[in-house]
Design a protein around this ligand. Structure first.
Ligand code: SF4
Ligand code: SF4
Length: 345
C-alpha cells in the first residue's frame, strides 16, 4: 500500500476515533510521543524524540493497586489496570527494538508484570524507517538496521518525492497479524493513482556514520569488574540520571505508597541506578555506595549482564544519552575504551 504524506493527518484523525494515538511532536519544550488531537502537529522529521516512547508501557508514575478496609472493616486489595488501545505512530527502529528488551524484562523468565502485559497486548506499533540517522545514532553497530523494525506491526518506509507538488509517500507493509487487521482502517487513505511497484523505498544502505565495534566487548567486560577504568570514567559523572531517563531501555523503578485514613495506594516511579539511594537498604548498607560502582553497573548492565541473561545488549544505539549527558560521558567512547583496555590489570 502507498500512503501519501498529505493523507497522514486524515488517517491519524480516523485512527484516533478508536484508540489513543501517539505521534512524535514537540510539547512542553521537549520532543516526545504526544497524544494526537487536531491541535497537535506531528513532526515525522524528528529522527529521535528526546523522550522515548517507553512511558506508554512503563509510565513514569503508575498506580499499581489500592488497599484499605471497607465500611464493615474488611480488608481489600484492588489491582489498578488502566490499559487502553494505543497506537504509537512513527516509532524509529531503535525504539521498536527497545520494546523487545522491555518485553524480555517484564514478560519472560517466569516473571510477568501484569500491568505491562495489559498495556503491551493493546499496543500497535507503527514504525517509520530512518532515511537520515542523526550524528549520534549508532544502531548499526548494535546489530540493528535503520530501515527495518521486525517487531513493529506496521512499517512505513519513505519513498521520496513522488508528484509535481513534492508530496512524499510511504510504502506501507503489515508485519504481524495485528498489523494486517489494522490496515483495513487505512484503506480509504491509500494512494489509488499509483502502485507499490512505482516506488523505490529507502534501502538497507542507509547507515549510521557513528560506528563502534562490539566484537568481544561482553567477554572483555566479564573480566573487568575491578578494572581501574571505572574509577577514571566516573570522575566526571555528576550522577544526574539524565542518561537513564532518556534511555528507551532503562527500566529501574521504585515502589512507594500514599496512605489516607483507612485507604492507600501503591505506586511505582522511574528511578535510576545512578542515584545513591537506589540501592540503599533499610539498615543503611549500600552495595553501590561509590559513584564508580554505579557507573560500572550502568554500563555493565547495558553491555554485559543483559546479554548474559537475554542474549542481546540493553543498548539499541539510539544516541540519546550521547546527546544529553551534560558532561559527555559517551557510551560509544566507553565501548572504544573497553576494546582497547588491557584486561591483565
Ligand atoms: S547523564 Fe552523564 S553525568 Fe548524568 S548520570 Fe548519566 S553519565 Fe552521569
Ligand atoms: S544506552 Fe544510550 S544509546 Fe544506548 S539505548 Fe540507552 S540512551 Fe540509547
Amino acid at each position: 500500500m502507498i500512503l501519501r504524506h498529505s493523507s497522514l493527518e486524515g488517517l491519524l484523525s480516523t485512527l484516533s476515533t478508536g484508540a489513543r494515538v501517539y505521534v512524535p511532536a514537540k510539547a512542553d519544550g521537549v520532543t516526545k510521543f504526544v497524544l494526537y488531537s487536531s491541535s497537535v502537529r506531528p513532526d515525522f522529521s524528528i529522527t529521535n524524540t528526546t523522550m522515548p516512547p517507553k512511558d506508554l508501557l512503563f509510565p513514569q508514575t503508575q498506580h499499581m493497586y489500592r488497599y484499605g478496609t471497607d465500611a464493615e472493616g474488611v480488608p481489600y486489595v484492588e489491582p489498578v489496570h488502566d490499559a487502553d488501545d494505543v497506537i504509537v505512530f512513527g516509532m524509529r527502529p531503535c525504539d521498536v527494538r527497545s520494546i523487545e528488551c522491555m518485553d524480555d524484562v517484564f514478560l519472560t523468565k517466569g516473571f510477568v508484570d501484569v500491568s505491562y502485559q495489559a498495556k503491551r497486548e493493546r499496543l500497535l506499533m507503527v514504525a517509520m524507517a530512518c532515511t537520515a540517522p542523526a550524528p549520534t545514532c549508532f544502531c548499526n553497530s548494535m546489530g540493528l538496521c535503520p530501515t527495518a523494525a521486525p517487531l513493529a506491526d506496521i512499517l512505513l518506509r519513505p519513498a521520496g518525492a513522488t508528484d509535481a507538488s513534492g508530496d512524499t509517500a510511504y510504502l506501507v507493509e503489515a508485519q504481524s497479524e495485528k498489523g494486517q487487521a489494522a490496515l483495513a482502517q487505512w484503506e480509504s487513505y491509500k494512494a489509488t493513482d499509483t502502485s507499490d511497484a512505482d516506488f523505490e523505498p529507502v534501502s538497507a544502505a542507509v547507515s549510521c556514520s557513528l560506528k563502534v565495534s562490539m566484537v568481544g566487548v561482553k567477554d572483555k567486560l566479564e573480566a573487568m569488574f575491578d578494572h581501574p577504568i571505572w574509577e577514571q570514567l566516573s570522575k566526571k559523572c555528576i550522577t544526574c540520571g539524565t542518561c537513564t531517563f532518556v534511555c528507551p531501555t532503562c527500566h529501574c523503578f521504585d515502589i512507594s505508597q500514599e496512605n489516607r485514613l483507612s485507604e492507600g495506594t501503591r505506586f511505582r516511579c522511574w528511578d535510576s541506578c545512578m542515584f545513591t539511594a537506589y540501592t540503599e537498604m533499610a539498615g543503611g548498607h549500600n552495595p553501590r555506595a561509590s559513584k564508580s560502582a554505579r557507573v560500572r553497573q550502568r554500563f555493565m548492565h547495558k553491555l554485559c549482564f543483559f546479554e548474559q541473561r537475554y542474549g542481546k545488549t540493553l543498548c539499541v544505539g539510539c544516541g540519546r544519552c550521547v546527546e544529553k549527558c551534560p558532561v559527555a560521558l559517551d557510551i560509544t567512547c566507553l565501548i572504544d575504551q573497553i576494546g582497547a583496555a588491557d584486561v591483565a590489570y
